[in-house]
Write a protein that binds this ligand. Structure first.
Ligand SMILES: [Zn+2]
Length: 415
């Protein structure tokens, strides 16, 4: 039986969509060893009901897919028949997520400061930003920059050395455009903590640059992963096609929809009904345009996969200053490897795995004119890849900061 027909039959059996409780869901690790197996995985990526937590990227790189009970016989027999090696990474996702919930709920939130022994809820994150503005009024400013579809207040925090120079260069950092990547807002919060509360150590950076930081781009999705569906990725705005939510990182108006996106609202990489259809992507767009000319470094934090990526994502053609981008990205990767041994792959997404259009980084580079734009995919951890155990949060975010700091220093040496 031809692979297309085989996978076609498989697709018919797999019209279920990942449900809220994930009871009995399994996660499979599949590593393609040749082009044929890679092709099988890419075809599977298009099947509804197969939630690729880590999409097929390259030969000999494992991908991770979550599948519900009804579809497990199909995927296992397909992989077995086609002689593709796989392992079961997690044999009951709901159990591990329930354990995570209990563990996360055990840690009482602090009355002051921020904790890296559990994941914070959106209100706690905003409260921390407001607290810093009160504690450091000369150096920290918090601004309400717009509301999410469900009415949550997005806040940016601007951290400076207090010199109030109007045309000072700026570094923008954001996280959490993909809801389930909890380690991303945590890593951004760690950067905020270091810059605001560890000012003496980081004074030199702040003498040269101001920081504008948005720790949770997609708070509706983020809260939804805390209260309903742990593996939700997109925004929460309804679409005309039944399934709610758009992939914010496919929704920016630069070669929008051309490659690596889905036109189906039920898919995880749905590009949106139009470019900038989401209030959250509009907010990022407007804030970056306000910083046009001043912003020299755009950094987006994601998870997972250990990548430091730079434009272009939509094409394999090199960007105009690809050498500088590579230099900054490599500085981050080298610093992390030297500090902890963690390895990152550096490059254009379109070259190191696949092309995708409508991402924030390509838009920030191509339209907002920010010369250094980087997307960092942090390491996977825990029972799904998206849920580092409490004791792993601080090691991951502190090693990430080492890489970010090295990239900042490289940017400062250039601009
Ligand atoms: Zn992501």
């Amino acid at each position: 039986m031809g692979i297309q027909i085989f996978l076609g039959l498989l697709a018919c059996c797999c019209l279920t969509f990942v449900n809220a409780d994930l009871e009995g869901y399994k996660i499979y690790d599949i590593t393609p060893c040749n082009a044929f197996e890679q092709h099988i995985l890419e075809d599977m990526d298009r099947i509804k009901g197969y939630d690729f937590l880590h999409r097929p990227r390259a030969l000999n790189v494992s991908s991770r897919v979550m599948v519900g009970p009804k579809d497990q016989n199909d995927i296992e027999s397909t992989l077995t028949k086609l002689a593709v090696n796989f392992t079961i990474f997690n044999d009951d996702v709901s159990k591990s997520i329930n354990r995570e919930r209990i563990q996360n709920g055990k840690v009482r939130s602090l009355s002051r400061g921020i904790s890296f022994t559990n994941f914070q809820r959106f209100d706690q994150i905003n409260a921390y930003l407001d607290e810093l503005a009160v504690r450091y009024p000369d150096r920290v400013k918090v601004e309400n920059v717009g509301k999410s579809y469900e009415g949550r207040q997005l806040k940016t925090i601007t951290i400076s050395n207090g010199d109030r120079r109007p045309n000072k260069n700026v570094i923008w950092i954001d996280g959490g455009i993909h809801a389930r990547e909890w380690i991303a807002p945590a890593a951004v919060l760690y950067v905020i903590q270091q810059l605001a509360e560890n000012f003496q150590v980081n004074k030199d950076i702040l003498t040269r640059y101001d920081f504008v930081i948005l720790p949770v781009v997609n708070p509706d999705g983020y809260e939804y992963t805390h209260t309903r569906e742990r593996m939700w990725r997109k925004t929460r705005r309804p679409t005309a096609f039944g399934c709610p939510g758009t992939d914010g990182n496919r929704n920016f108006d630069f070669h929008w929809g051309e490659v690596g996106v889905s036109n189906s609202a039920c898919d995880e990489t749905f590009k949106g009904q139009k470019a900038f259809s989401e209030p959250e992507t509009q907010i990022v767009r407007d804030q970056l345009l306000k910083l046009k000319g001043r912003a020299k470094f755009y950094l987006a934090i994601h998870a997972f996969g250990n990548y430091i990526l730079y434009p272009w994502a939509w094409t394999t053609a090199p960007s105009p200053n690809a050498a500088s981008l590579a230099e900054v990205a490599n500085a981050g990767a080298y610093a992390i490897q030297a500090a902890t041994g963690t390895r990152y792959t550096v490059g254009q997404p379109s070259k190191v795995f696949y092309a995708a259009a409508g991402g924030v980084d390509d838009w920030a580079y191509g339209v907002a004119g920010i010369p250094i734009c980087i997307t960092m995919e942090l390491p996977g951890a825990g029972s799904t890849g998206f849920d580092p155990f409490p004791q792993h949060i601080l090691p991951i975010v502190s090693e990430t900061w080492i890489g970010i700091k090295a990239m900042i220093q490289k940017v400062i040496s250039k601009f």
